[in-house]
Design a protein around this ligand. Structure first.
Ligand code: FAD
Length: 486
């Protein structure tokens, strides 16, 4: 039997283990933490449960495909539901918008509440679908580093449409043309944050993202986001994958330009194929430090990070749903603070994710579990203790203004996740959530490939390599990568 070693049990590492086990490999996973899932973990605090990282679930078929590959019926192992309302949007002037999953209902809502002609919204979502049709086969489903991706009829059709695909405009520039109302522009600009980018810089091709949320749908796993990790982890174990927790790989062993194993403390472990799921920047600094460094790729600007307060709240707020956005009054200034000044704006956009709305046992009766997050710059050695204590005040003040209440006395328990702890818990360079940012139009080409061009038998998956960060893309990275391995 061929042997494979996977370094890291992030969601891409787990998916890769399933795909390789199905191919007949004997797979061993070494994970530095004591639990699987990396960023896709959970936190339990005095009767409250929180999904620690990702909260929005799109493209569930990427998860289902793994069960089917293993010959199992996904519904027996992993259940989820489509959201009727993808998000509740709040502004300080009292305006509120329900982003209904049904496109027509959403377009009507935006017309009624914001004065934006419904036809503009429908048209924007139609062009998002067009982008998806032309860009996904090229940029999401294939390696960008193999010639046959670029020389095939489908790719040629996409080249002919480059102008129409928004390569030459920014997301904000395109949205200002598509919509009449500032608030609609703001709502659609927010999709840049789904991969940690800046809507005022990122190309309009990222307008592909609303297609996922509206045309395909936003979903919620019935047992919470962490069930994506747990159900796939169980699946991989049922296929014979072996996990070793608390095992931090220190070096990828290379002999004659061929990866042959990994070193952990005094022990060496050998395999035919080595797969790295660790963030590439930190991987080259540590486990690949003796190898040639792809400096240009490693130096690319990273995506934004996050500051999260996990709050147990001793009250229920019926106006709050699973996903809630309390928008900043000045979105442009907020992003300038994150990406240029590298600090936190005093009026940040606050995202509150409350799984207890759907999964009642995530909070005690009459209470809610608030995952309260703002986008923040990645870690460049800022004075985080000071920034976090100031941001806590700004966030509470913002929520109080929008909900017309005083939430401070309602906070029963608190835990914090921030750029430094994101890096220390998952080895993500600078605590970035999604690897490299997509703030320039070449970003897709400046992510690391899914294989090493210098070292044989060495492959890569996860949010810091092609096709990028976020659960669906991480799962696709595992797919693209394993399809290269014989
Ligand atoms: P990671 O989760 O980065 O895990 C890597 C694993 O490798 C870790 O377990 C780490 O311990 C292990 N490791 C590292 N080095 C070593 C070593 N030397 N030896 C052994 N093990 C090692 N995505 C979405 O789709 N939707 C969202 O709503 C969303 N929101 C997010 C919110 C937050 C706060 C965060 C942090 C992320 C969010 N993301 C979201 C992004 C998503 O979580 C990531 O893109 C994805 O989970 C990354 O998976 P990965 O496979 O790259 O591995």
């Amino acid at each position: 039997k061929h042997k494979a070693i996977i370094i890291g049990s992030g969601i891409a590492g787990i998916a890769a283990s399933i795909r390789l086990a199905v191919k007949g490999f004997e797979v061993t996973v070494f994970e530095a933490n004591t639990y699987p899932g990396g960023k896709l973990a959970e936190i339990k605090l005095q009767g409250y449960r929180f999904d620690a990282g990702p909260s929005l679930f799109t493209l569930p078929e990427q998860v289902e495909e793994l069960f089917r590959l293993a010959g199992k019926n996904p519904e027996d192992y992993f259940q989820y539901q489509k959201l009727d309302v993808a998000c509740h949007y709040f502004w300080e002037d009292g305006k509120r918008v329900h982003a209904y999953g049904d496109i027509h209902a959403f377009a009507e809502e935006v017309e009624t509440k914001l004065g934006e002609p419904a036809a503009n919204v429908r048209k924007a979502l139609k062009s998002a679908a067009y982008l998806y049709e032309h860009l996904a086969p090229l940029f999401m489903h294939r390696s960008l580093h193999q010639w046959n991706t670029w020389v095939n009829p489908q790719a040629l059709r996409s080249y002919l449409r480059m102008g129409k695909l928004g390569i030459f405009d920014t997301m904000n520039g395109s949205n200002e043309k598509q919509f009449q109302q500032e608030k609609t522009v703001q709502l659609f600009n927010r999709y840049a944050t789904y991969n940690g980018s800046n809507p005022y810089e990122t190309p309009a091709t990222l307008n592909i993202i609303p297609h996922l949320e509206f045309n395909i749908g936003a979903f919620f796993p019935n047992k919470g986001m962490h069930d994506i990790t747990l159900s796939l982890y169980d699946l991989s174990k049922s296929l014979g994958v072996r996990y070793h927790f608390g095992k931090k790989v220190e070096e990828i062993l290379v002999e004659n330009n061929r990866a042959i194993g990994v070193k952990i403390g005094e022990e060496s472990y050998f395999a035919d194929t080595i797969i790295n799921n660790m963030d590439m920047v930190n991987a080259y600094k540590t486990i690949l430090s003796k190898q040639k460094q792809p400096k240009m790729l490693l130096d690319q600007p990273k995506s934004s990070s996050a500051l999260i307060f996990y709050w147990g709240i001793k009250q229920e707020f019926p106006e709050l749903d699973l996903h809630n956005i309390l928008f900043s009054e000045d979105y442009k200034a907020e992003f300038e603070h994150i990406f240029q000044r590298r600090t936190i704006y005093h009026d940040p956009t606050v995202y509150i994710n409350i799984t207890s709305v759907y999964k009642k046992d995530d909070a005690p009766a009459g209470c809610m579990n608030w995952f309260t997050m703002i986008n923040v710059p990645n870690n460049q050695g800022q004075d985080w203790d000071h920034l976090i204590s100031e941001a806590r005040k700004s966030i509470i003040a913002k929520i109080n203004r929008v909900l017309k209440t005083d939430i401070e006395p309602l906070i029963a328990v608190e835990e914090i996740l921030e750029p430094r702890s994101i890096e220390s818990k998952t080895s993500s360079a600078q605590g970035a959530l999604y690897g490299n940012s997509s703030n320039n139009r070449y970003a897709a080409f400046l992510r690391h490939a899914n294989f090493s061009s210098d070292i044989k038998n060495l492959y890569f998956c996860g949010g810091s390599v092609h096709p990028g960060g976020g659960i669906p893309l991480c799962l696709l990275s595992a797919k693209i990568m394993t399809e290269m391995i014989d």
